[in-house]
Design a protein around this ligand. Structure first.
Ligand SMILES: C[S@@+](CC[C@H](N)C(=O)[O-])C[C@H]1O[C@@H](n2cnc3c(N)ncnc32)[C@H](O)[C@@H]1O
Length: 183
């Protein structure tokens, strides 16, 4: 049922979703591997969809930390708001406004950022703007973890963050590439 809802909503918004299947549990587990759950007071998630990675983050987070999840589609935000967890703050806005929303929620910077935004299909200027804001509001040494279905955008991360570690996850439809950078 959840898969069908994601399929239906994503199909209507292919340019901003870039897939019709939510991330597999293998992707979810692997993309959060560098998040410092013990020390993070605020984790930011970009492109949360209907919350498949969100659940994995919340499961691993300590009781007193916050998760700020950005999602532009209202229908997905409605699903995210059904998650009964007061550590979760759902933001129905584009990720380039990360700084404003962090401040409105009492934070100067994000401890770690996990993103599934399809930067390959977004206009290049918007992709650069979002990633520059992420770099600006990620703590020095913080982890930025990004999901993709190709390595086409790897150069963009190298340009903004410097060194990029890439891992491949075969058990996902489509197979996924995870890029890991440091703030
Ligand atoms: C590939 S889907 C990932 C969904 C989910 N996190 C998963 O892993 O299955 C990408 C999501 O990013 C959202 N998105 C695209 N552009 C965005 C933006 N500028 N700000 C916030 N979310 C965005 C889309 O609406 C979509 O839900």
């Amino acid at each position: 049922m959840k898969r069908f809802f994601f399929f239906k909503e994503s199909l209507k918004n292919m340019k901003t979703s870039a897939t019709v299947t939510r991330s597999s549990r293998f992707v979810c587990k692997q993309i959060i591997q560098y998040v410092d759950f013990e020390n993070a007071d605020v984790i930011v998630e970009l492109g949360a969809g209907d919350g498949v990675i969100t659940h994995h983050l919340l499961k691993a987070m300590k009781p007193n930390s916050k998760l700020i999840s950005f999602e532009i589609l209202e229908s997905f935000c409605e699903k995210l708001n059904e998650i009964d967890d007061d550590r979760l703050i759902v933001i129905n806005d584009s990720a380039e406004n990360i700084g404003r929303h962090l401040k409105e929620n009492g934070f100067e910077e994000a401890y770690d950022v996990v993103s599934a935004i399809p930067f390959v299909t977004l206009p290049k200027t918007l992709a650069k703007k979002i990633l520059s804001e992420v770099k600006l509001y990620l703590r020095p040494g913080g982890n930025f973890s990004q999901l993709h279905y190709s390595t086409l955008a790897k150069g963009l991360y190298e340009e903004i963050f410097g060194k990029v570690e890439t891992q491949f996850v075969a058990l996902n439809i489509p197979p996924a590439f995870l890029h890991f950078c440091k703030g």
